[in-house]
Structures are given as C-alpha cells and as structure tokens.
Design a protein around this ligand. Sequence first.
Ligand code: SF4
Ligand code: SF4
Length: 111
Amino acid sequence: MIREPEKKYPCVGCGYCCIRNTCAFGAVLHPEAGNRNCPELEWTGARYVCRLMSPSHPLADFYRHELQSGGGCRSFNNPWRNDVRERTEEEARAIAGGTPWPGPGDNRSAL
Ligand code: SF4
Ligand code: SF4
C-alpha cells in the first residue's frame, strides 16, 4: 500500500485523547476506574502525561512503542489542543466515550 505523507501534529499534552477514550492498557490495568479518567493520566501543572511512559517506569519503552508515543497527535483538530489546562470533572465527562478521532470536517467546537 502506498501512503501519502501526512502532516504530523506534535502532542501538546491536552489530555483529550486519554480522557475521551482510555486505551487498552489503561482499561486492563484499572478496571476499577469505570468511566473515570484513566488513573495513569497525570496533570503535571503544564500538561497531561501518561505515567506508564514516564522514564521511571520499568516498562516505559514497551508502552511508548505500543502506544506510538512520538507518532503525532491523531486528534489534532480537537478543541482542547488550543487550550491546554487541567480539565474539570464536568469537562472530562462531557467528552468521555465519544468518537476517538474527530475528522477535520467535524463540528465539535462546542466541546
Ligand atoms: S489529543 Fe493529541 S495533543 Fe492532546 S494529549 Fe492526545 S495526542 Fe496529545
Ligand atoms: S494515560 Fe496512558 S494508560 Fe491511560 S489512557 Fe492514556 S495512554 Fe493509556
């Protein structure tokens, strides 16, 4: 298959992807979390990070590879990217469980 080169959008740590849909690792490691934010998601004061990928985690390289860390943001048009801050519980619940990767034409400005 031939793929066209795609523009890569860096992760800015807005937290949208992980809050919207906990990944398989987060779901398996934390079944008790239910519909709350993934317990591995941490607000540093400047951005969200995944604790599984922190340098101090013994399996960080594995998780970084499996979760394609550094591969670019696939939710690049989400409205949170332009306003990186710690999100309220209300904001988080409003987007949780929705479509993972809104397309460029999606009108989600209200989120
Ligand atoms: S939505 Fe994109 S910018 Fe925000 S945390 Fe996820 S990958 Fe990073
Ligand atoms: S914080 Fe880490 S484990 Fe949790 S959903 Fe995000 S990538 Fe997955």
